[in-house]
Each structure stands twice: as structure tokens, then as C-alpha cells.
Design a protein around this ligand. Structure first.
Ligand SMILES: C[S@@+](CC[C@H](N)C(=O)[O-])C[C@H]1O[C@@H](n2cnc3c(N)ncnc32)[C@H](O)[C@@H]1O
Length: 303
């Protein structure tokens, strides 16, 4: 299935790209949002697109070819945004997008191992340079560590039972083997496939997704010029909570109360939340693109 950029119009509206502006798409994927940003900052705005996945970058390169030197691409994590910008000699940028998670291309490429709908090796890495695959975690972790991972990253209430069954069935090499083990011990909950949360948890752990978001947000804010905007699309509550808490925390002054011991350094707010509540896709968008259903967009502006 073709990857339709989620909340496309909302992203362009949020970032307000303008001529001679500089933008970073930290998760460029197939380049759908990046193309919109480059069109909106014509004739001379520039964009740096980052992605860990060389296959995604190959698609982005094709999509963004018409923009020539205005589009730059690098295989790198968005956590390295500061180094990437200094390599280009860009000291501050006007807008940054993070569209978190995985793309339809990745989900629909069987050999990437992201989906229980196809039988494939348990891989789930965004970057081929990552030494840890889903098979590594499934076959090497202690039962307690696995249960913890399923609970923490999948919010899986059957985590303990699933972890025990996995340890019992190891070695597991394929997505189908893993899905069958989960189905064997965890009954179907409504319309959701029982292995959904297990697969989500493993993907998050393999790619250290939550740590990456936590690490990247302050770096992204420092890379913005005053008045620049950071837009983040998340796809599950764990990610959204990190973004929400960070935006909220950074948009208030920290003042020590009088007559109390000083417990924190005072500091001024550095962000303004553009929307207190997350922006959600319209019904029309979710009807066209079911993947958009769980998307939440938060936008903050640097003061
Ligand atoms: C939802 S897709 C982005 C789709 C893109 N906005 C588009 O319009 O095509 C998320 C992308 O982020 C990439 N990704 C995930 N973690 C990353 C990280 N830490 N650094 C850079 N890219 C990452 C994935 O490889 C994937 O291609």
C-alpha cells in the first residue's frame, strides 16, 4: 500500500514554511511531508531529511529529486540532529517535523519482519546497522525481562503469560512462529489481533524508540530559531505522553517558591504550546487511510 502522509495539511499549516526558510524532516520516510514543505518554501527554502532506513531514503530521494539541492538527505537518527546541522553549517532552523513510528512501506515489506500478517524473519530494525533484531530479544532475554518489555512498551496485560510461552517455545526465528505462540496463550480481544501489542513492544524495544524521542526533543528545540516550530506526530499513548509532558514542562516558567529550600534551578519557559489538545485526523482522512486513526499531532513554538 502506498504511504499517505498523515495529517499532511495540518503539518504544512503548523510549520508555515516560507521562502528562504530551513527545515528538518527527522523521519523523512518516502518524503511525502518533505515534498509539501519544499513546495511551500519555494523558491529557495531548504530541507534536510533524515531517516535510519536506507530503503526509505531511496524512496525519498526519488520523491524529492525535482527539488535538486534544496533537498538534502542523510541516513541518520533524528537524535543526531545537532551534528547533522553543524555538518551543513546551519546554525538554526525554522521548523522540524517528527512523524514517529514506522511507514506503510516498512510494515508491508514482509522481509522486514514488522508484521504478523506475513511470515518472515523476526527483524523489525529501522536501520540495518542496528545489531539488535527482534529475534535477539525474543531468544536472549530472561523471562522477567521479556514480560517487563511487553508490559512497558506494549501495555500488554498478558505479558507474563506470553513471556513464559515464548521462553518455552524458543528458539523462535519467524514472525509466524511468534504470532502463533501469542495466539496460543492470549485470547483474541475484540477485533485486535492478539499479537498486536507484542509486535509493537518488540519494535519499540529493538529501535529504542521511546529513548530516541526523549533524547531528541530538547535537541530539536535547541536547533530551532526563536519563532521556529516543532511538530510531532505520535501513534500511541506512550510516545504522545513523552511529547505532551515535554512541551508542557518547557512552556512554563520554573520559579522557586519563597521561603522554601531551593530544589530546582529557576528558568524561563522556552516553548509555547500551539495547541493544548492534540490535533487528530479528520474522519475523511481516517476513512481514506486507516493507519492515520491513532495519530496525534502536537505543535510547539520556540520563544
Ligand atoms: C511514519 S514514517 C514517516 C513517513 C514520512 N513522514 C512520509 O511522509 O513519508 C517514520 C519514519 O521514521 C523513520 N525513523 C524511525 N526512527 C527514526 C530515528 N530515530 N531517526 C530517523 N528516522 C527514524 C522510520 O524508518 C520511518 O521511515
Amino acid at each position: 500500500m502506498k504511504h499517505l502522509p498523515v495529517l499532511y495539511k495540518e503539518i504544512i499549516h503548523a510549520l508555515q514554511p516560507h521562502a528562504s526558510g530551513r527545515y528538518v524532516d527527522g523521519t523523512v520516510g518516502a518524503g511525502g511531508h518533505a515534498r509539501g514543505i519544499l513546495e511551500a518554501c519555494a523558491p529557495d527554502g531548504q530541507l534536510l531529511g533524515l531517516d535510519l532506513d536506507p530503503q526509505a531514503l531511496a524512496l525519498a530521494r526519488e520523491t524529492l529529486a525535482p527539488f535538486g539541492q534544496r533537498a538534502r538527505l542523510a541516513q541518520a537518527s533524528y537524535t543526531s540532529i545537532s551534528q547533522q546541522l553543524s555538518q551543513l553549517g546551519w546554525d538554526a532552523v525554522d521548523g522540524i517535523l517528527l512523524d514517529l513510528g514506522l511507514s506503510s512501506m516498512q510494515l508491508d515489506t514482509p522481509e522486514r519482519g514488522f508484521s504478523f500478517q506475513h511470515d518472515a524473519p523476526l527483524d523489525m530494525r529501522f536501520s540495518p546497522q542496528n545489531p539488535t533484531t527482534a529475534a535477539t530479544l525474543v531468544n536472549m532475554l530472561e523471562e522477567d525481562e521479556l514480560a517487563d518489555l511487553l508490559y512497558r512498551y506494549g501495555e500488554e496485560s498478558d505479558g507474563r503469560r506470553i513471556a513464559r510461552a515464548i521462553v518455552h517455545a524458543r528458539p523462535l526465528q519467524t514472525t509466524r512462529q511468534l504470532a502463533e505462540v501469542v495466539v496460543g496463550v492470549s485470547p483474541r480481544k475484540g477485533r485486535v489481533h492478539p499479537a498486536t501489542q507484542t509486535f509493537q513492544a518488540l519494535r519499540i524495544a529493538v529501535n529504542e524508540e521511546l529513548d530516541s524521542v526523549t533524547e531528541a526533543l530538547p535537541k530539536a528545540v535547541s536547533a530551532l530559531r526563536s519563532g521556529g516550530r516543532l511538530a510531532v506526530i505520535s501513534f500511541h499513548s506512550l510516545e504522545d505522553r513523552i511529547v505532551k509532558d515535554f512541551f508542557r514542562e518547557q512552556s512554563r516558567d520554573l520559579v522557586n517558591p519563597p521561603y522554601e529550600p531551593i530544589y530546582e534551578h529557576e528558568r524561563k519557559a522556552i516553548l509555547k504550546e500551539v495547541n493544548r489538545k492534540p490535533i487528530l485526523p479528520s474522519e475523511i482522512e481516517t476513512a481514506d487511510n486507516p493507519r492515520a486513526r491513532s495519530a496525534k499531532l502536537r505543535i510547539a513554538e520556540k520563544l
